[in-house]
Design a protein around this ligand. Structure first.
Ligand code: PMP
Length: 370
């Protein structure tokens, strides 16, 4: 499904770039500049269907939009036919409950790899519905769990990227039970081992969209196990059978995701996008490490997150000076997560080279001897 307006990858005019404020908050990712321009135009009129802000999901154009979004996701993430793609609502937090409610089946327990703040949150929520077995991550990039008993443990939940702690599981574990993955803060940055995955889910506002759309990729043979009483809109099998149209899908969020997927395709697909993201994260970590008199990043280099770059000032007394200087240079959103503190720069798919360069300049200048 190609839109009539071509994707314009040209950088914005230098003057606009210089005046832009770059927000590094982890809560939501920036959309690529050309995508914003397309969406702005579509808010007035999209292909003669009216505003993209009020798309009727019952129309053929919207059905096609959903079909094409699903097809592009499957292509970009290499999702095999064994898995179905669901478009839901409620954010990743809703999935903390819906994964156990949909997947437990006869097994009374699930295992949770605890690697940081978000995996703990997921486990605490699941504890309301089943026995949870907490497994402590030892910080290894290739943590494995071959001993889990598939007769008693329905799935092993992992958080592929810990947004608050700044760590990423480079290798997803091998286990005899299916993996349930919260991929909210590193989806669309790498390929996943679908043959090991029972369900992978994410809120979309960080990677390729705006809040409102939750992506759930579930292995088809795990459908139909929902606990009695699960609301129909949250029953994976019901949503799968009905093409994610049990109720009104979040059409605008889907529209935005589709526009970003078109941009990813036009930019060279997942390899190009993830190479650019890795380059930006290397650039930033390099500056942090080389400015060791002023900053430190504590995550071990083997598991440093490319998307959630957590660091801190050596001298807390300079915090005010740092935030004033950041503000003066048009840099916002550097505060770390409220529970972990420190500083953090999100480097999501839509983060620009110009934003990272400006942040690197700030760090280098701040660390320079006075
Ligand atoms: N999981 C992870 C890894 C996250 O980073 C977040 C949000 N920062 C969530 C879950 C929760 O997402 P939401 O607020 O969309 O429910």
């Amino acid at each position: 499904m190609a839109d009539s307006s071509p994707i314009d990858d040209a950088p914005p005019p230098a003057a606009a770039e210089a005046n832009a404020t770059y927000d590094f908050s982890a809560a939501a990712g920036p959309l690529p500049t050309p995508v914003i321009a397309r969406i702005a135009a579509a808010c007035r009129n999209w292909r003669g269907c009216g505003s993209a802000l009020s798309l009727p999901f019952t129309s053929e154009a919207c059905r096609e939009l959903m079909r094409d979004t699903r097809a592009r996701m499957c292509r970009v993430l290499a999702i095999p036919g064994t898995h179905d793609v669901l478009f839901l609502q409620g954010g990743a937090s809703a999935q903390f409950s819906l994964v156990p409610l949909n997947l437990l089946g006869q097994a009374g327990s699930a295992a949770y790899l605890i690697s940081g703040y978000w995996s703990r949150r997921a486990m605490e929520e699941a504890g309301r519905y089943c026995n949870v077995r907490a497994l402590d991550w030892n910080g290894a990039s290739d943590w494995e769990a071959p001993w889990l008993d598939e007769r008693r443990i329905a799935y092993l939940h992992v958080t592929s990227n810990e947004t608050a702690d700044g760590t990423q599981l480079r290798e997803l574990p091998h286990a005899r039970v299916p993996l349930a993955i919260d991929m909210t803060s590193d989806v669309f940055t790498r390929h996943l081992p679908w043959e090991r995955i029972g369900v992978a889910y994410c809120a979309m506002q960080k990677a390729i969209g705006v809040a409102g759309l939750t992506l759930v990729v579930v292995r088809r043979d795990l459908l139909g196990r929902a606990r009695a009483g699960v609301p129909c809109v949250f029953d994976y099998a019901a949503q799968s059978t009905n093409g994610s149209r049990v109720n009104t899908p979040p059409m605008f969020a889907l529209f935005v995701a589709h526009a970003v997927l078109e941009w990813i395709d036009a930019s060279g697909g997942l390899p190009a996008v993830s190479t650019a993201l890795a380059r930006r994260s290397r650039q930033l970590y390099k500056v942090i490490d080389s400015c060791a008199s002023a900053f430190h990043a504590d995550a071990p280099s083997a598991v440093r997150s490319p998307t959630s770059i957590c660091f801190d000032l050596r001298d807390p007394h300079r915090a005010r000076q740092f935030s004033d200087e950041a503000q003066r240079r048009g840099i916002a959103g550097l505060a770390g997560h409220s529970k972990t503190g420190g500083l953090r720069a999100a480097n999501y798919i839509g983060t620009s080279d110009a934003a990272i360069s400006r942040l690197c300049d700030l760090l280098a200048d701040f660390a320079a001897p006075r």
